[in-house]
Design a protein around this ligand. Structure first.
Ligand SMILES: *[C@@H]1O[C@H](CO)[C@@H](O)[C@H](O)[C@H]1NC(C)=O
Ligand SMILES: *[C@@H]1O[C@H](CO)[C@@H](O)[C@H](O)[C@H]1NC(C)=O
Ligand SMILES: *[C@@H]1O[C@H](CO)[C@@H](O)[C@H](O)[C@H]1NC(C)=O
Ligand SMILES: *[C@@H]1O[C@H](CO)[C@@H](O)[C@H](O)[C@H]1NC(C)=O
Length: 600
């Protein structure tokens, strides 16, 4: 199917080129009126003949003249395409042999090199069409701020603040109280923590007070209280409480703001937030025998009104601390021997864990781990996050980089709700969920590897055919949705990234560069400005088309060169610069015209 589309696009492209050549030819015919007469006389007709897809609608003329039914005509067209292709194959094999033999190259060496260079298999480029985004990332991503720092930052995380709207509504705060919707936490391994506003302004610097290198950070998923937890290599966890207030203005500032009629201006008049942090609690992770296991993941969770600190460790267990710092229990995830708890993900509704290839939910009530098995899922989960809208929906990526969407009813029955086409994202994949979309970072965490950020359209989740309960008999996995990759943006290697979901504005993404010295905050406009993608089928085949164009230009230069003596040409030197594609094609056309008497 794909290949056929590719071929038809190529044929059309080639035929259009031919038409260009033909028109050119028409102009040159009267000049000598000799040779190539078939193509000369029937130039116009021939040009039209080759392009089934670009043929103008047949005029309904009752005129006399040769007539044939549509099928016959189409068969004729196809036959001539076959003939052209055979001719072309012959010429190209000739060219290939000449290139291989190496001597008496009719082409400049550089051109010969281009033709012989190894490139990725074009069939694969075309076959991997699922990877091709339906839209351009520039339509969705707006860079908001770039924060450079001399100090090396190791972790970034958005801390969600109470939305200013609801704050203004709940309290009778004056309309001028405009606080940011989030703070970006940037922590260094030496325990230095910086808090930035989404505009990139530094709001606070403090030390988390660790003696050992910080290895994990976590922020509270709810916004009644802003907690930041940092964990270090010695199993020490320090929880800081962050307070965000409107900055008290000096008299002059207040005066000038009073004068300002534009409210929007006031929020950009310097930093108007007063951010403070105070140590809330200090806790220590210890194994049952008193040993200190390595903390491998950290999360803050809330359950029935209480706050908890969860620390996954290298022994495959999760320590659960209450907010006052006492250990409530240590959950054995019962994961495969030797698995470390390398992922803890908490949302206001649930906590997800991942240990080796095992994953599931943490039952905060009974303090136990609930493993999930999804029928029809094959492979090994490398990342799992909860959907931003539905806490029963889990987004996961497997070792191959394929993204899956699971629906877990009652945190017991797992069902594959959606599977994106294998190959549409490249492993290792990290995931985040925003409304209606999954944001994936491909090739994440590979040193010095550029990554790409991808948006996957989630709107087919739960809708896809075969995903329902009736799917028992079939494979159980819904067909991958077409056109699921909305956009893809390449980025330099990233050390860490984070997403902040906002309801009324675009979501925010932050990327920490691999050297830890630069953070870029990008606004994601998925809902606001989406315009239906232009159905540009050529876009999918740019690479093959370009490659074919190279072969056409250089190959037919060669043909032209070879053909010259046949036309009593000047022989002489070869000059690519002086002749364009059209003339190359024209020569080619004469050549075929002479050889085969074809109409092309
Ligand atoms: C910030 O808040 C703290 C604590 O309420 C207060 O002491 C300090 O004066 C405030 N700073 C500014 C600039 O408003
Ligand atoms: C604000 O307006 C008052 C009068 O309405 C004026 O005296 C004052 O200079 C103005 N201040 C600024 C900063 O424009
Ligand atoms: C900590 O909180 C738990 C309940 O959440 C309570 O039972 C315990 O006494 C508290 N400990 C301290 C030291 O306050
Ligand atoms: C997502 O997919 C749905 C249909 O499945 C489509 O209507 C919508 O336009 C897509 N959104 C984007 C941003 O491509």
């Amino acid at each position: 199917m794909l290949v056929r589309r590719a071929i038809s696009v190529l044929v059309v492209a080639v035929c259009l080129l031919h038409r260009a050549g033909a028109q050119d030819d028409d102009g040159s015919c009267p000049a000598d009126g000799s040779g190539s007469s078939p193509s000369c006389r029937r130039g116009g007709e021939g040009a039209r003949g080759g392009a089934p897809a670009s043929r103008p609608p047949a005029p309904v003329e009752p005129k006399a003249g040769p007539q044939a039914d549509l099928i016959t005509q189409e068969v004729e067209e196809l036959k001539s395409i076959i003939a052209l292709s055979q001719e072309r194959i012959k010429l190209l094999s000739e060219l290939q042999e000449t290139l291989k033999s190496g001597h008496q190259l009719p082409l400049p060496e550089a051109h010969a090199r281009v033709l012989q260079e190894k490139v990725p298999l074009l069939s694969e480029v075309a076959a991997n069409v699922e990877r091709v985004p339906v839209a351009a990332s520039d339509d969705f991503l707006v860079s908001k701020a770039v924060i450079s720092s001399d100090e090396e930052v190791s972790f970034v995380k958005f801390m969600t603040l109470r939305s200013p709207r609801s704050a203004a509504a709940s309290s009778s705060a004056p309309a001028t109280s405009v606080l940011p919707t989030a703070l970006l936490v940037a922590a260094s391994s030496d325990g230095q923590v910086r808090l930035f506003t989404p505009a990139g302004e530094l709001a606070l610097v403090f030390s988390a007070g660790h003696e050992k290198p910080v290895t994990q950070i976590a922020v509270s998923p709810s916004f009644e209280e802003y907690l930041l937890a940092t964990g270090d290599a010695a199993g020490v966890i320090r929880v800081h409480k962050v307070s965000v207030r409107q900055r008290r203005l000096t008299r002059e500032e207040r005066q000038s703001r009073k004068n300002s009629t534009d409210e929007k201006v006031s929020q950009h008049l310097g930093s108007n937030v007063n951010v403070t942090a105070a140590l809330h609690k200090h806790m220590q992770v210890e194994a049952d025998d008193g040993e200190v296991p390595t903390v491998t993941s950290l999360a803050l969770a809330s359950h029935s009104g209480s706050k908890y600190v969860l620390a996954g460790d290298a022994a495959g267990k999760i320590s659960v601390f209450t907010r006052n710092g006492t250990l409530r229990g240590r959950i054995d995830t019962l994961a495969t021997q030797g698995s470390v708890v390398d992922g803890l993900f908490s949302s206001p509704g649930a906590v997800l864990f991942r240990a080796g290839s095992d994953w599931g939910f943490v039952d905060m009530e009974k303090l136990e781990a609930r493993h999930m098995e999804c029928p029809h899922f094959e492979g090994r989960i490398t990342t799992a996050v909860l959907d931003s809208q539905m806490s029963s929906r889990v987004l996961a990526a497997d070792e191959a980089g394929t993204v899956w969407v699971f629906n877990v009813r009652n945190r017991k029955e797992c069902r594959v709700e959606l599977r994106f086409a294998p190959g549409s994202t490249q492993a290792p994949v990290e995931l985040s969920s925003v409304r209606g979309f999954a944001i994936a970072v491909e090739r994440a965490g590979s040193p010095q590897q550029p990554v790409s950020v991808v948006a996957l359209n989630m709107s087919q989740a739960g809708k896809a055919k075969g995903g329902g309960t009736s799917a028992k008999g079939s494979e159980g996995v819904p067909a991958p949705p077409p056109g699921a990759v909305v956009w893809r943006r390449a980025r330099p290697p990233v050390r860490a990234w984070t997403v902040h979901k906002r309801s009324k504005e675009g979501d925010l993404l932050a990327f920490l560069s691999e050297d830890g010295k630069e953070i870029e905050i990008v606004e994601l406009l998925m809902q606001a400005v989406f315009t239906a993608p232009v159905t540009d089928t050529m876009g999918n085949f740019k690479m093959p088309v370009i490659a074919v164009a190279i072969v056409l230009v250089l190959g037919y230069q060669y043909m032209k060169q070879k053909g010259k003596p046949a036309f009593g040409g000047k022989g002489g030197k070869f000059d690519l610069g002086g002749s364009d594609l059209a003339s190359a094609l024209r020569t080619k056309k004469k050549l075929t015209g002479l050889r085969g008497g074809k109409r092309f």
